[in-house]
Design a protein around this ligand. Structure first.
Ligand code: ADP
Ligand code: MG
Length: 676
């Protein structure tokens, strides 16, 4: 059952991290004591001094030093923010929420979250008039900038996790730099900028911020013994599981394990395997508490990873790259690094954004290894060979250079900035910029691709915290008389999946949801489920969700998202309407935003996208996987061994000309086959 194909100790290499100075942080000390034990604490006065002196400061320190949780509190206690709030950005909503909760807790005085310390993430704002320290995703701060270009609400903006280089953080670099300059010119209260990072080529960043001051805080790291596999393992997931059990047999129970995998499905299936196997009487080792950590998870479940396991139980956390630098989990002694990450890459030549599992960079590998040496000496098992490691890219490519820029281009235009003239730290590729403006023009947000102003429609599109294609769907809904339905579908697509698929009950779940099945595809199937949910009385919801394998928290979140989008629709004067059972209207409406994402059946099971003629297939998870509709719209392309279309609605091919005539004409869009 468990063979030792995981890791071989002969390939081990001991590495040592800097500054080993033997404090071992044992849990169970009180919060204030924990704060004083953090590496950053000794530098507190120096930091405050530097923050007073400099208008821009880069703080560099190892993950777990206390940057995110402590720096905002130091600023607060030093009264560096008399004129406004402190904003602290995080690339991920999970991190924003968990860190805000932690800081509120440290703040004490019976303070609850949303009082003095709050957070704001897409569709969820937990702040109040009293809030002074506000954690928010970088995307949210960018959105706030549209109405408050100089960020006058804030006297300090902390851009955290700067090394992650998300698109939003990269754009914010330019926004805050500009806001700071303009505020000085106009004699407005000054803006202090603090950039925090775990690792980074800071010279580059410092130069960009007019050679600003950099302060380096030495962390406390302990030596980590490292192992590579002797031969490559294509099935890194299985290798992670067997490596875990190799550790599990031998290590004392209070040694926790952190496993890096790529996404929800993989993590849940690995968690399931470990839970099952660890209960097997033939498997040696203490009881196991398995925690998953990924962006799509409900917040409460995420919080579980921070709780220590009961005495005598081993905790294993299976995480995406969130645990690389964004959140710190105590007690980790072992790291198992699957060596992979899921990331989105845009290909301007094909116009497709592909979600793909790929190798991490060396920099990421070092970060993951470091997680084992936070509190004492640790061990790291790399599920790749040394030569595979050497072939990895040194650094990850910033998202802005590999992602689709449609949303950001739209938001910048709403700020009155044309992306071509924006002061980027690293410029995105020209063909990606062109593709973005081309798409915005097709959607009707701008009149031509060199335009610096948004059309009426474009201004409305920018009001929605959505991909412009989804905003377009909502803005077309009045015309097709299906706003209610469009709102539901777009909300469902903006949230995590409402369908639960426990690995052990896959078939049962599918049978229970059979009645929602729509031959028109996934979007309408989701809609059917949501409609039924809305008709169930509040008291019966829980039972209904359970019976139909519906994720209760996710569907309630959809409801919340929906009411917020509905509010924005009202502001945009979109008249309410419902198409009842006239699904053609809704399908056309979906097409009005997704007309670039149409694919046509080519030959047996092969679909060719009309826009760039890519060969694809319907993803096996689609509910119309077994059918072979002539023509479909898709929301996403996923690449594993093949290119798959995910999130489908069938359409009639002659609708394309009706819904997007300019597109068909100007892009020479032709169907190979007749729809009849
Ligand atoms: P950095 O930003 O430098 O990586 P943080 O400020 O996030 O460091 O974390 C400092 C320490 O605070 C962590 O090592 C951890 O012990 C503790 N901590 C942070 N967030 C939480 C949380 N949500 N629950 C429990 N402990 C936490
Ligand atoms: Mg941090």
């Amino acid at each position: 059952k468990l063979n030792e194909n995981g890791v071989n100790g002969t390939a081990k290499k001991a590495i040592t991290f800097s500054n080993v100075n033997g404090h071992s942080l044992k849990p169970k000390v009180n919060l204030q004591e924990q704060r004083r034990n953090l590496p950053i604490f000794d530098k507190r006065n120096k930091l405050i001094e530097l923050m007073k002196q400099h208008s821009t400061l880069i703080i560099l320190a190892e993950t777990g030093s206390g940057k995110t949780t402590q720096v905002p509190q130091y600023i607060n206690s030093a009264r560096l923010m008399e004129n406004g709030k402190i904003a602290v950005t995080q690339p991920r909503r999970v991190a924003a929420i968990s860190v805000a909760m932690r800081v509120a807790q440290e703040y004490g005085n019976g303070m609850s979250i949303g009082d003095y310390v709050g957070y704001s993430v897409r569709f969820e704002d937990v702040t109040s008039k009293k809030t002074r320290i506000k954690f928010l995703t970088d995307g949210m701060l960018l959105r706030e900038a549209i109405t408050d270009r100089l960020l006058l609400d804030y006297s300090v903006v902390i851009l955290d996790e700067a090394h992650e280089r998300t698109i939003h953080t990269d754009v914010l670099f330019g926004i805050v730099k500009n806001a700071q300059r303009v505020r000085v010119e106009r004699h407005l209260p000054p803006l202090k900028i603090i950039l925090m990072s775990a690792t980074m080529d800071v010279d580059h960043l410092s130069k960009y911020f007019n050679n600003c001051q950099v302060v380096y805080i030495e962390g406390r790291t302990y030596p980590v013994q490292m192992f590579y596999t002797v031969k490559p393992h294509d099935n890194y997931q299985t290798a992670c599981v067997s490596t875990f059990f190799k550790i599990h047999r031998e290590a004392p129970p209070d040694h926790d394990v952190l496993i890096f995998l790529t996404g929800q499905e993989e993590i849940e299936s690995c968690a399931h395997q470990i839970r099952m196997l660890s209960k097997d009487p033939e498997v040696e080792g203490p009881p196991v508490k398995v925690c998953a950590l990924y962006a799509a998870q409900p917040s409460m479940q995420q919080m579980a990873v921070f709780q220590p396991a009961p005495v005598g139980t081993r905790k294993v956390v299976i995480s995406t790259n969130i645990a690389e630098t964004s959140v710190t989990i105590s007690g980790i002694k072992y790291v198992i690094d699957g060596g992979m990450v899921k990331s989105r890459t845009f290909h301007p030549s094909t116009g497709m954004e592909i979600l793909k599992v790929q190798r991490i960079s060396q920099e990421q590998a070092w970060q993951r290894t470091g997680r084992a040496g936070r509190e004492s000496e640790g061990l790291c098992y790399r599920i790749y060979t040394k030569s595979q490691f050497e072939l990895m890219k040194k650094n990850s490519i910033p998202e802005i250079q590999r992602a689709n820029l449609n949303s950001v281009a739209l938001q910048l235009l709403a700020l009155g900035i044309h992306m071509l003239h924006f002061d980027f730290l690293d410029k995105p590729p020209n063909d990606t910029i062109e593709a973005a403006f081309e798409q915005l023009q097709l959607l009707g947000a701008i009149d031509d691709i060199n335009s610096k102003v948004l059309t009426n429609l474009g201004r409305k599109m920018a009001k929605f915290p959505l991909d412009p294609r989804f905003s377009k769907i909502l803005l077309s809904a009045e015309k097709f008389g299906c706003l209610e339905e469009a709102l539901s579908v777009v909300s469902l697509l903006s949230s995590e999946s409402i369908f639960l698929n426990p690995p052990s009950k896959r078939e049962e779940a599918q049978n229970a949801r059979q009645k929602f099945h729509s031959g028109y595809g996934d979007h309408l199937t989701l809609l059917n489920a949501y409609r039924e949910f809305e008709n169930i009385g509040q008291n019966n919801r829980k039972v209904w969700c359970h019976e139909h394998f519906i994720h209760m928290r996710n569907i309630l979140y959809v409801r919340e998202v929906r009411s917020q989008l509905q509010e924005i629709c009202k502001q945009c004067d979109i008249r309410g309407s419902s198409c009842g059972s006239q699904m053609d209207q809704l399908r056309k409406c979906l097409l009005s935003g997704l007309f670039m994402n149409v694919a046509e059946l080519h030959r047996d099971r092969q679909y060719i996208t009309l826009d760039k003629r890519q060969v694809t297939q319907i993803h096996p998870s689609s509910n119309i996987h077994g059918q072979q509709p002539h023509c479909v719209i898709f929301t996403e392309v996923v690449q594993t061994t093949k290119c798959y279309l995910r999130g489908l609605t069938t359409i009639n091919s002659d609708w394309l000309n009706e819904v997007a005539p300019d597109y068909v004409k100007n892009h020479n869009i032709k169907f190979q086959r007749d729809s009849s």
